[in-house]
Design a protein around this ligand. Structure first.
Ligand SMILES: C[S@@+](CC[C@H](N)C(=O)[O-])C[C@H]1O[C@@H](n2cnc3c(N)ncnc32)[C@H](O)[C@@H]1O
Length: 219
């Protein structure tokens, strides 16, 4: 099945609110646990989260690593507003900074020691822009953890995944999940992107029926 693009930013206020209220505990905590297990020595580090959405992952990470600082970037104003509210409620404004801009336009005064990103790449028309920015915004040797959806083989398979994992979710979320599966990359496509960007020392894993994960250290 060919990739079918979906809108880059999630900047419809209702869409952002439904996403922020959804329960991504298992996926987001799994992502943070994988980061902590992969890089157990990281402590006083600056972590950059590309496409941070409502900041659930920055908050989980800041709680787990009490000395780290997190910069989250998202191009959607409603997502960043929800993220700022959540960061304030969590009492983490001193360690989490959220910026409303597209990652393609981002310049960091202090490059990151670690770059993370969950569920962003499928929104991006040109994936190479993502890997380029990731490299530009990170220090040499920085650690990386990127996870996203895996494009299934057909619309029917995509619908079956929505029915299996999101049957009880609101209609907007089910629609977005379906469209996101159609917009996602396959693990072979991601491997080709890494090779093209000279990032093939990063490793790709397919942990389940709907995700791929890329991790490792930058050159
Ligand atoms: C599916 S959400 C994932 C949010 C968060 N990472 C999570 O795991 O909960 C994808 C987010 O990426 C943002 N996004 C898409 N393209 C972007 C870009 N070029 N620059 C910054 N953010 C972008 C969207 O606005 C949206 O909030």
């Amino acid at each position: 099945m060919q990739r079918a693009l979906e809108p880059e930013l999630m900047d419809d206020p209702e869409q952002a609110l439904v996403y922020a209220r959804a329960d991504f505990e298992e996926e987001n905590q799994g992502f943070v646990s994988r980061f902590l297990e992969s890089y157990p020595d990281l402590k006083d580090v600056h972590v950059l989260d590309l496409g941070c959405g409502p900041a659930d992952i920055p908050i989980r990470l800041a709680r787990a690593l009490p000395e780290c600082r997190v910069t989250g970037v998202d191009g959607s104003a409603p997502m960043i507003a929800l993220g700022r509210e959540a960061v304030r409620a969590a009492g983490l404004t001193d360690r989490i900074t959220l910026r409303c801009e597209r990652f393609q336009d981002m310049v960091l005064a202090e490059k990151a020691d670690a770059v993370i990103s969950n569920s962003l790449l499928h929104h991006v028309p040109n994936a190479l822009q993502f890997w380029y920015a990731l490299r530009q915004l990170a220090k040499p040797g920085a650690v990386v953890l990127v996870m996203d959806l895996l494009r299934p083989g057909s619309p029917e398979e995509a619908q079956a995944l929505v029915d299996r994992y999101a049957a009880a979710e609101p209609a907007i979320l089910r629609r977005d999940f379906y469209n996101s599966l159609l917009a996602a990359f396959t693990d072979d496509e991601v491997a080709a992107q890494l090779t093209e960007m000279n990032l093939s020392r990063l490793l790709i894993d397919v942990p389940d029926d709907r995700h791929w994960v890329v991790g490792g250290r930058l050159p």
